[in-house]
Design a protein around this ligand. Structure first.
Ligand code: SF4
Length: 394
């Protein structure tokens, strides 16, 4: 049976960061027990109707701030997952953590519960950047969290960083990246700051309180990071993600996120979570109270819908092909395999997109090798230009 993944959305944060537009709530931690109950009900309801137990090779607690969950709750959720799915013994189990919310004992308890990968939001090494972003943690919290995680036995750590911040010079960005490198983690995610509509940051930019981020500076910081991380031995395996090589071959890339980028099936549990399987895209009720009420009522819908599913979209073949290209091209090293494309869709990639491949190759943005189609180094900087060329078929 095909491997599936499980995403678990944990929509709780202590406070809301000024740039964030994720589906999360601040100061609602009192509701954690009811939410965990709802989450386990949802998993049982969906998993229980899947016929035979589905093979699961990755689970991902995302948020929000999943590190606010008591380790006992994490353990309960994982126990439920193991009851309703065939969770593989070597499954990658990731939890996103805000370094300001972890403790030595808490991390040890998470590791004991079965979490084997932590993804921590470092964002910057500079106090003024962290203040601007309203992150609620310091650079020292990050160093300490990494130390504690290693003591707890975590062998797979990831740090998120943000570049392209207002007033972030290349020199200051270099300090952030060097600090992250010094922490010697297996994986780094580098995101360009996006000013999302409706956030406090968008208001500050509109009113001139904060300078708008500068695209050219962001591009310069990204290019420098590509070179520096390559020199440090990291594999640039996805537009925004880098991983160290594993001693036994391969690299420490996020198996969970690779599932998305390879357009393979995943369940989404929790408020506002999305799932994609059996030719359907499923969306849950986003609002926490509605999500909890729906899971408590437990109204059953046909598999793979769950009690909180409020939107279902059928993925036709054309959409699946397009999406496979869009997400697969993000994989800068692996790209879209020609053989895999043929096996999945029964036609050759170059027959499907002859004009786009020819033109983008001429512009130096993609390369079609014997076995794959992928972005060139220049294409990584102009990814959106490439993706839009493939949208809308021929
Ligand atoms: S911790 Fe993450 S999810 Fe929570 S408000 Fe900040 S950026 Fe958003």
């Amino acid at each position: 049976m095909e491997n599936h993944s499980v995403y678990l959305h944990i929509p709780f944060c202590r406070t809301r960061c000024g740039y964030c537009d994720f589906n999360t709530t601040a100061g609602m931690m009192l509701h954690i027990p009811a939410y965990v109950e709802a989450l386990t009900r949802e998993m049982r309801s969906v998993g229980g109707r899947s016929g035979q137990k589905v093979r699961v090779h990755t689970l991902f607690f995302g948020g929000g701030t999943p590190s606010l969950l008591p380790p006992k709750s994490v353990e309960r959720i994982l126990t439920t997952a193991r009851e309703v799915f065939a969770v593989q013994p070597e499954a990658e189990i990731t939890l996103e953590a805000n370094p300001g919310t972890v403790s030595r004992e808490g991390l040890a308890a998470l590791r004991a519960a079965g979490v084997n990968r932590l993804s921590m939001g470092m964002q910057s090494a500079h106090a003024e950047d962290l203040q601007l972003l309203q992150r609620g943690h310091t650079a020292e919290d990050v160093r300490q969290a990494v130390r504690w995680a290693r003591e707890a036995g975590f062998e797979n750590l990831s740090l998120d960083l943000i570049f392209g911040l207002p007033r972030l010079s290349l020199e200051r960005w270099k300090i952030t990246l060097e600090e992250a490198l010094a922490l010697d983690v297996e994986h780094l995610s580098l995101y360009s700051l996006i000013v999302e509509e409706g956030t406090p940051l968008a208001r500050w930019v509109e009113t001139g309180k904060v300078e708008a981020p500068d695209e050219d500076s962001a591009a310069e910081q990204y290019e420098w990071a590509m070179e520096r991380l390559e020199a440090a031995g990291y594999v640039h395996y996805e537009i925004s993600n880098w991983a160290r090589r594993r001693a036994q071959g391969g690299h420490w890339g996020s198996l969970h996120n690779l599932q998305y980028w390879r357009n393979q099936p995943y369940y989404g549990f929790g408020a506002g979570a999305h799932g994609s399987l059996n030719g359907l895209r499923l969306v849950n009720a986003a609002e926490m109270a509605e999500y909890i009420t729906r899971c408590a009522a437990g109204e059953s819908q046909a598999y793979p819908r769950g009690p909180a599913t409020v939107e279902v979209l059928e993925i036709d073949r054309e959409t699946e092909i397009e999406e496979t290209l869009m997400v697969g091209l993000r994989l800068t090293d692996e790209g879209v395999g020609r053989q895999a494309f043929w096996a999945r869709f029964g036609e050759a990639l170059e027959d499907r997109y002859p004009r786009q491949i020819e033109q983008l190759t001429r512009e130096g943005l993609v390369e079609l090798t014997d076995d794959r189609l992928r972005l060139t180094r220049r294409g990584r900087l102009l990814g959106n230009r490439v993706f839009s060329a493939f949208l809308g078929g021929d």
